[in-house]
Design a protein around this ligand. Structure first.
Ligand code: HEM
Ligand code: HEM
Length: 195
């Protein structure tokens, strides 16, 4: 098995990056909904679940940077046979997933009013405490954190977190299953066992 992508499969590194991201997304949803549905406000469990959400989200930001670098320095496997429209839909779908992997950590970080205790190892200061916040938001836009946070939270939680991200991931998984079960091509194998 090759580390780099080949004409007929993703390589080991692309596979690890892909499946690590999928697990991290699962973790970010489980932690945030566990906090909201199963913990009381201002309890240690509530705080731990929030901090896990923040830490996992920041990890996704790091992984997506590595993923983009790897994608740009590597060929992509040849696509399976399909119409021009199918290939275009796959390209746009993947592009949208990259956008999600970038926009969610950024809106999460800049809209959060607490420091990230990164897996309880070290603190990452909240955006509102950074010189960039003062330059861009306080001095640049002339607004407070509370005013800035509202639209950003709306994008992170409502528009994307509750809807768009689910739709895109469900569509992506449905497409993978369609390839595997209906078209019976090698799409899923390329990202897994390369049969
Ligand atoms: C890809 C990464 C991320 C995903 C998929 C994600 C997803 C979500 C979702 C689904 C919610 C709950 C929305 C709702 O209230 O219904 C949420 C809330 C939240 N997110 Fe993220 N998020 C990510 C990264 C981050 C990061 C990096 C931070 C901050 C460093 C962050 C901070 C928050 C905060 C503070 C909340 C509110 C928590 C609550 O009200 O219980 N998120 N996020
Ligand atoms: C159970 C969940 C998942 C399954 C079964 C799955 C399956 C696949 C498969 C089969 C491919 C290869 C498609 C092709 O070559 O045309 C792929 C590629 C891709 N997947 Fe997933 N995936 C899952 C979760 C996710 C998640 C959560 C994300 C990101 C939020 C994601 C982002 C991508 C991207 C961007 C590609 C394009 C290849 C690349 O640039 O690495 N996937 N996925």
């Amino acid at each position: 098995m090759s580390l780099k992508n080949t004409a007929d499969s993703y390589g080991t590194i692309a596979k690890w990056l892909h499946w690590t991201t999928a697990l991290l997304f699962l973790g970010s949803y489980v932690s945030v909904y566990y906090r909201q549905w199963f913990t009381e406000a201002e309890t240690p469990e509530n705080w731990t679940a929030l901090q896990l959400h923040l830490s996992i989200g920041v990890t996704i930001a790091v992984v997506v940077i590595l993923r983009i670098i790897w994608k740009l320095s590597n060929r992509s496997p040849d696509p399976e046979p399909g119409s021009k429209l199918e290939h275009l839909a796959a390209k746009l779908g993947h592009l949208a997933l990259y956008a999600v992997m970038i926009i969610m950590p950024i809106t999460g970080y800049i809209g959060t009013g607490v420091n990230t205790e990164f897996f309880f190892l070290f603190d990452i200061p909240k955006f509102a405490d950074t010189p960039l916040f003062t330059a861009l938001v306080t001095d640049g836009l002339g607004i407070t954190f509370e005013e800035f946070e509202k639209p950003i939270d709306f994008i992170h939680k409502k528009v994307m977190g509750e809807w768009l991200v689910w739709l895109l991931i469900l569509g992506h998984v449905a497409a993978a299953l369609y390839h595997h079960l209906v078209k019976k091509d090698r799409t899923l194998y390329k990202m897994t066992i390369n049969k």
